[in-house]
Design a protein around this ligand. Structure first.
Ligand code: HEM
Length: 337
């Protein structure tokens, strides 16, 4: 395999892996995206022997005290180590080999994607400084296309075998979801893990002063007290919260549907986005196509939400990973562009 083919194929697999990875950090929809990630990562693993050969030939040319023959090779070596480590973290998590929490209270799977994202600037420097320009024929000639197809096939076989092993290795009490997260809390009320952003949620919400304000593109902006909300809440839905640090929980949530709240406020028909803000200032914005399925929850599994899970009000966002499920909601804003 030529150097340009190997680098070209690496570029394609890394783009596929990173895009599917980033997609998976944000959305819970389309589980097949995680499989694309896994297949891509096995195609990348298959390229490692060739990449090692290329790197070794380049390193044998020696170092010099300058950018191209000094700094860049060192960065490339560090990048190689980082990528191998990212791969081992991904496999270790999938096969439940090694610890759950790795460092700084972050799990193996969260370090997997944190380091993967951190590797991007180094990767871009490496490509810019080291890679000969890839030509179309390297990948799309008949032999290039055949090699790419073979690589894809190896990726699928690797994925299939790895998933078989991951299923065999999984804890039956904590089955894996398609995102690789492990079940922790099944219709268990407030009894499920708590993940909170650094410094968030330190102070309990004072119900005497707390209100839910709704504004923006609505005819009658207004504010609701907690008793008001309890008198309005009538909906419940089963939804899975899937946290990017590797746990998920299936719960029945009770509360007020976003669409009902917007209707109460006389929202305009052409709302495109909804912004939800917490008492801490933590804010997330959702396109209406997702916001229509949001529930502002006061209860979980028939229990009043406790503080750690976002009392008095938490956003239940079925289409998004857990960090979009804003806790301690205070402000809802309807947005038209
Ligand atoms: C945005 C960055 C990334 C995110 C969010 C991400 C996320 C994930 C997730 C959720 C899994 C599933 C774990 C499981 O099945 O239990 C996974 C597996 C994996 N990832 Fe990533 N990843 C990212 C980047 C990367 C990169 C850059 C590589 C390779 C260099 C990589 C290689 C792998 C491997 C080898 C696996 C295990 C595949 C298997 O289960 O067979 N990931 N990743």
């Amino acid at each position: 395999m030529t150097l340009r083919f190997v680098n070209g194929a690496l570029l394609i697999t890394l783009i596929v892996i990173l895009l599917s990875g980033v997609y998976g950090i944000v959305w819970t929809l389309d589980g097949w995206m995680y499989e694309v990630h896994r297949i891509g990562s096995w195609a990348l693993i298959a390229l490692i022997p060739w990449k090692v050969g290329i790197s070794w030939a380049s390193l044998k040319r020696g170092f010099a005290f300058n950018i191209t023959r000094g700094l860049v090779p060192i960065v490339s070596l560090l990048l190689s180590g980082l990528v191998i480590f990212v791969i081992l973290l991904g496999l270790g998590w999938a096969w439940r080999i090694g610890p759950v929490v790795l460092w700084l209270y972050e799990t193996v799977i969260s370090w997997h994607w944190i380091l993967a994202l951190a590797s991007i600037p180094f990767f871009l420097l490496h490509v810019w400084q080291r890679w000969p320009k890839i030509k179309q024929r390297d990948l799309l000639s008949r032999s290039g296309f055949l090699k790419l197809s073979a690589l894809g096939a190896v990726g699928v076989v690797g994925w299939w075998l790895s998933q078989m092993w991951a299923v065999l290795r999984q804890d039956e009490d904590m089955p894996r979801s398609v995102s690789g997260s492990r079940l922790n809390g099944y219709f268990s009320g407030n009894q499920f893990p708590v993940t909170t952003g650094y410094g968030d949620g330190r102070q309990a919400v004072d119900l005497d002063s707390w209100q839910l304000s709704i504004g923006g593109a609505v005819a009658q902006p207004f504010a609701l007290t907690y008793p008001d909300i309890l008198s309005l809440t009538s909906s419940s839905q089963v939804a899975t919260i899937d946290c990017t640090i590797g746990w998920y929980s299936v719960q029945r949530w009770g509360g007020l549907r976003m669409v009902d709240l917007l209707q109460l406020a006389g929202s305009q028909d052409d709302i495109q986005q909804v912004r939800i803000q917490a008492v801490s200032g933590y804010t997330k914005t959702y396109p209406m196509v997702e916001a229509k399925d949001i529930l502002l929850a006061t209860h979980v599994g028939g229990e009043v939400l406790n503080h750690s899970h976002g009392f008095p009000l938490r956003a239940v966002v079925p289409s998004r990973r857990g960090w979009f499920w804003v806790k301690w909601v205070e402000i809802v804003t309807a947005i038209v562009q």
